[in-house]
Design a protein around this ligand. Structure first.
Ligand code: BES
Ligand code: ZN
Length: 614
């Protein structure tokens, strides 16, 4: 699909917006945006926990772009379409002709709807299927409360189409409203104004008045209670984890205030958090007004709250200024990782922010060795692959390092003006990497000539790997950890003389990640005896320790590792462990653990781990 300079005025709060990216070629959609754009959608859905399906209709409001067009093409995957009605220019509802093509590859099944007139509205009656890739359905025993079922969506990148027939491309934007019905004792929430959702009565209304790309339409439902943290922020969670979550994330308002001051006013009204079950395959998802959060970051000491800074940062980079295609993901994730770290610096200080940079940079450098070179470019070439298949730290941390590089070259003052100006210029729009390069050249490189050349910027964006002069964040605290580690490894110091009681989780992570993979069983046991790492309650620390232990063949972890793999579905914390185990003599053990854990994993995590054991 090629969109050439298509603009179309959408009046919203008195503003006119360009809703389509000018030169986007999104190979992951069937949508014919050149002919017609859905500017608003209304969902009317029943959440049926028994049959694990959503059932009802979606009504699209259509803005025709071409006077000859009579066809609307939508993306679907694993949907059953019952009937389609459309509203004629005279306001009558008439049946529309449609064909649902067989599923073709990652894009899913193309739904082509034929009208006799340029319909102003089209209503599609449908239901999702239990295997919908964008939904997870949990039985009561899989939840914290054990009493109520739970379900939630994860639409990024191309999974909205598995629960809504929609023009599923980040090159377009739409407003939405919804009426959602659930069993009476279940509360539903969405990425929208949730103020009608306070009375738990099984009937909920939502309104998202700002235009968003479809991958940000989100829903969750379960035994959800609610607690305010500040005038703008609250948490939805199962009662069992509500108070701990509030205590962990009570800096959220401070994060918003600091970000407002750096990058301009938060555009979305409230900022609430939805705590998901541990099977959520990501750390977080930036659904507007309501970020979805893994409970594995509730560590008790705020050591992992950079996740909140990250999802909040998406309220500027991603939700306001959006990647036009999934090959431009770094525009979302690289900017967000950069802003995340700036927020952490403001709220928790420079030392912690630099430690997080250093941990992330080390993680990137390790990954770069194992990713095919073409996939280490910021501007990805997906060539028809599912965006999930090329997912890595590259868009995140290489993107962040590029922006740190520019910040260091131009100085914070100039660079902040540039970033804020970019968010302002592209607010409520999508753009491609090529458009970004033009903007960068004009508003930063040429504005302050002789500092960074366009060629250098292009090297970062279009070439594989890291440029020679890429920033290499180093932390004084980590250097000290290194020297203590060396002293212990060379036998000059015993474990009990290391200053570990002052170490933060970050210093521990650096320590564990940098110990030799052939440390030997005596030293592994000594560490475990001294610090009880096998039973760490911090999911990231436990993960780092298990990785080291698997590499060393240290057996004492296995019962705890079984519990970790069975209890958590966050891909980042399980996939590397399965991969490591699969190439040891513990492969069969790991496969048995997986067979037990698999029903509790999200379809995305199931797919990833299935591929390891195939
Ligand atoms: N938007 C992403 C999650 C995502 C990316 C889902 C691409 C599907 C496709 C989210 O904001 C994210 O990046 N989460 C990270 C947070 C971390 C970097 C702090 C995660 O889940 O680990
Ligand atoms: Zn992100």
């Amino acid at each position: 699909m090629k969109l050439s300079a298509l603009t179309f005025g959408l009046t919203m709060a008195g503003l006119s917006h360009t809703v389509l990216a000018a030169d986007a070629v999104d190979e992951h959609t069937f949508a014919n945006l050149k002919d017609v754009v859905s500017t608003h959608l209304h969902l009317d859905l029943d959440i049926d926990f028994e049959d694990k399906q959503l059932e009802g209709f979606v009504e699209h409001t259509l803005a025709w772009q071409n006077s000859h067009a009579r066809t609307l093409v939508l993306d679907t995957r694993d949907l059953e379409i019952d009937k389609i009605l459309y509203q004629s220019p005279q306001g009558k509802w008439l049946p529309a002709q449609f064909t649902l093509a067989p599923r073709s590859g990652v894009k899913g099944a193309k739904l082509t709807i034929q009208f006799k007139h340029q319909a102003s509205k089209a209503r599609i009656y449908y239901n999702s299927l239990p295997q919908a890739s964008g939904l997870q359905w949990l039985t009561p025993v899989q939840t914290a409360s054990k009493t109520h079922p739970f379900m939630y969506s994860q639409s990024q990148a191309i999974h909205a189409r598995s629960w809504i027939p929609v023009q599923d491309t980040p090159a377009m934007r739409t407003t939405y409203t919804a009426r959602i019905q659930t069993p009476k004792d279940v509360r539903a929430v969405m990425s929208a104004d949730n103020s009608e959702a306070f009375i738990k009565d099984g009937d909920y209304w939502f309104d998202m008045p700002q235009a968003i790309p479809p991958y940000l339409i989100a829903i969750g439902a379960g035994n959800l209670e609610y607690k305010e943290m500040s005038h703008q922020t609250a948490i939805f969670a199962e009662p069992q984890i509500l108070d701990a979550s509030v205590a962990e994330f009570n800096d959220t308002q401070a994060m918003i205030d600091k970000t407002n001051a750096m990058y301009g006013e938060y555009a979305w009204g409230r900022y609430d958090l939805l705590m998901l079950p541990p099977s959520f395959p990501f750390g977080g998802m930036e659904n507007p007004r309501l970020s979805f959060i893994t409970p594995t970051v509730v560590a008790g000491d705020k050591s992992l709250v950079n996740l909140i800074a990250h999802e909040l940062a998406h309220s500027w980079s991603g939700n306001l200024v959006t990647n036009a295609t999934w090959e431009d993901l770094w525009l979302n994730e690289g900017f967000t990782s950069y802003v995340e770290n700036r927020i952490m610096e403001e709220v928790f200080g420079r030392d912690r922010a630099v430690m997080e940079q250093a941990l992330d940079a080390a993680g990137l450098r390790a990954q770069l060795k194992n990713i095919p070179a073409p996939d280490t470019r910021l501007n990805l070439k997906l060539n028809g692959r599912d965006p999930d298949d090329a997912f890595s730290k590259v868009p995140y941390i290489k993107g962040q390092l590029f922006l740190i590089y520019l910040e260091e070259k131009f100085g914070r003052e100039k660079f902040d003006v540039f970033v804020k100006g970019y968010f302002d210029a592209y607010a409520f729009k999508s753009l491609t990497t090529a458009e970004f390069v033009q903007y960068l050249d004009k508003h930063l490189l040429k504005k302050h000539p002789g500092i960074v050349s366009l060629n250098k910027a292009k090297e970062w964006i279009y070439q594989p790997g890291l440029p020679e002069d890429a920033p290499n964040p180093t932390s004084d605290a980590f250097n000290q950890v290194d020297s203590h580690m060396q002293a212990w490894l060379s036998g000059n110091k015993s474990l009990d003389t290391l200053p570990t009681s002052n170490w933060t989780v970050h210093e521990w992570l650096h320590f564990l990640n940098n110990l030799p993979r052939d440390l030997g069983l005596d030293k592994m046991a000594a560490l475990d005896n001294a610090f009880n790492l096998t039973n760490s309650s911090n999911a990231e620390l436990a993960f780092a320790w298990y990785m080291l232990a698997v590499g060393n063949g240290y057996q004492a972890i296995y019962p705890a590792l079984d519990a970790h793999l069975s209890g958590i579905g966050r891909r980042k914390l399980i996939v590397p462990l399965y991969k490591a185990l699969a190439s040891t003599d513990r492969r069969d053990w790991a496969y048995r653990v997986y067979q037990k854990a698999r029903p509790g994993y999200h379809p995305l995590a199931q797919g990833t781990v299935d591929a390891i054991f195939e």
